[in-house]
Write a protein that binds this ligand. Structure first.
Ligand code: NAD
Ligand code: DAU
Length: 359
């Protein structure tokens, strides 16, 4: 059994779909509180899949988390659950500290207790994979080398500081207790099921709705974009063959200025869903900058490429086209998210039951 936390979110749901398709036999338990960012519709195709289980649980609930470990005896945990949006962390940081720091601590404690009862092969093979971000490294100047695994931590937002704190706890549990942990620090993801509060899905959905496309500051901030399915394959590789105690930077060598990303999105939309009049570029609107806005992120992904042979399958050009095509083909997903209707899904489908596949 593999535990996945935060599996109803953007990357977690892509990971679950990818993992079940790419592997055989092993069952998976998705542990998700279903915050505003958790959308069980993403996984509705798995309703009758005997390898999939769901538990609506807060990772901060130590009693239920301990019970899940005792009951399912996982061979590994892939920990995605987090508050993930930088702007929300600036507006209200409390939940970021609670989930990202205390929640990760709670999972580490439960995993340590459980792992200490294991023997032989089970003990040797257990893994705690912590999914983290490149934002823990802070910001780069235009000519700085990309972030490597030895770049010192310098987080700048409450979000990145909470992720950095969780990375340090994960590291300490390996150093002090020997818990077989793995950490991945990935750059900006994009692709299907991306919540339309983040730049790329926000721009696609606002463009189609005829709304302004908000660009913070001068729009020349740089992010290093990776198609979400490439992040999923990297996590599978690290889980299967990564060395306990090591961290792996994951990125696609795709540095782009925000304004260029938005121009690309507008141009693809002009081609695939042309407006009656003019270009989607006409909707671009420069707005007040994000406080403390990091100027540039870039990932040096040579370690994971060299040691695990991982490489992204998509270029930015191919991945961004697939992404726009997915949003055009799934307008009801966006409408559902924007209306908040997806939040009623558990109630509608299961009458409020906490478990989609009662176990
Ligand atoms: P997301 O916000 O889309 O999803 C987060 C998921 O975690 C949701 O399903 C939510 O319901 C769940 N969750 C939140 N608090 C919880 C709690 N207390 N208990 C249980 N579940 C809870 O996030 P995402 O973009 O999919 O990111 C997933 C992970 O990857 C995060 O740890 C994030 O820091 C990391 N990451 C994200 C990116 C990116 O570009 N999105 C890049 C690098 C790393
Ligand atoms: O680098 C990895 C990180 O990428 C993850 O750890 C985070 O969870 C994820 O949210 C993402 O953080 P960013 O802040 O980089 O992503 P976001 O989509 O919010 O913003 C991307 C860039 O676009 C950033 O420079 C801010 C800018 N932006 C964003 C929004 C929402 C705008 O200019 N306008 C907007 O409306």
């Amino acid at each position: 059994m593999l535990f996945v936390t935060g599996g109803a979110g953007f990357i977690g749901s892509n990971f679950i779909l990818d993992y079940l398709a790419a592997t055989q036999d092993e069952a998976l338990l998705n542990i998700d509180k279903l915050t505003y960012a958790g959308n069980p519709y993403n996984l509705s195709t798995l309703e009758n899949n005997p390898r999939y289980r769901f538990s609506q649980t807060d990772i901060c609930d130590s009693t239920i988390i301990a019970e899940l470990f005792t009951r399912y005896r996982p061979r590994a945990i892939a920990h995605f659950a987090a508050e993930s949006h930088v702007d929300r962390s600036i507006a209200s940081p409390d939940e970021f500290v609670r989930t990202n720091v205390n929640g990760t601590f709670n999972l580490l404690e439960a995993a340590r207790r459980y792992w200490s009862t294991l023997e032989g092969k089970e003990r040797e093979e257990f893994r705690f994979l912590h999914v983290s971000t490149d934002e823990v490294y802070g910001t780069l100047g235009p000519r700085d080398a990309p972030f490597s695994e030895i770049t010192p931590y310098a987080p700048n937002s409450p979000y990145s500081a909470s992720k950095a704190a969780s990375d340090h706890l994960v590291r300490a549990y390996h150093h002090t207790y020997g818990l077989p942990v793995l950490t991945t620090n990935c750059s900006n993801n994009y692709g299907p099921y991306h919540f339309p509060e983040k730049l790329i899905p926000l721009v696609i959905s606002n463009a189609l709705d005829g709304k302004p496309l908000p660009i913070y500051g001068d729009g020349m901030q740089i992010r290093d974009w990776l198609y979400v399915k490439d992040h999923c394959s990297a996590i599978r590789e690290v889980l299967a063959r990564g060395t306990p105690g090591e961290t792996y930077n994951v990125g696609g060598w795709n540095e782009k200025a925000n304004l260029d990303v938005v121009h690309t999105l507008c141009d693809i939309l002009d081609e695939l869903a042309p407006k009656a009049d003019g270009s989607y570029r006409d909707q671009i609107s420069f707005v007040k900058d994000r406080p403390g806005h990091d100027r540039r992120y870039a990932i040096d992904a040579r370690k994971i490429e060299r040691e695990l042979g991982w490489k992204p399958a998509e270029t930015f050009e191919s991945g961004i086209r697939k992404t726009v095509a997915w949003y055009l083909a799934n307008p009801e997903w966006v409408a559902n998210v924007r209306s908040g209707n997806y939040m009623n899904w558990i109630e509608q489908q299961y009458g409020g039951s906490a478990s989609a596949q009662p176990a």
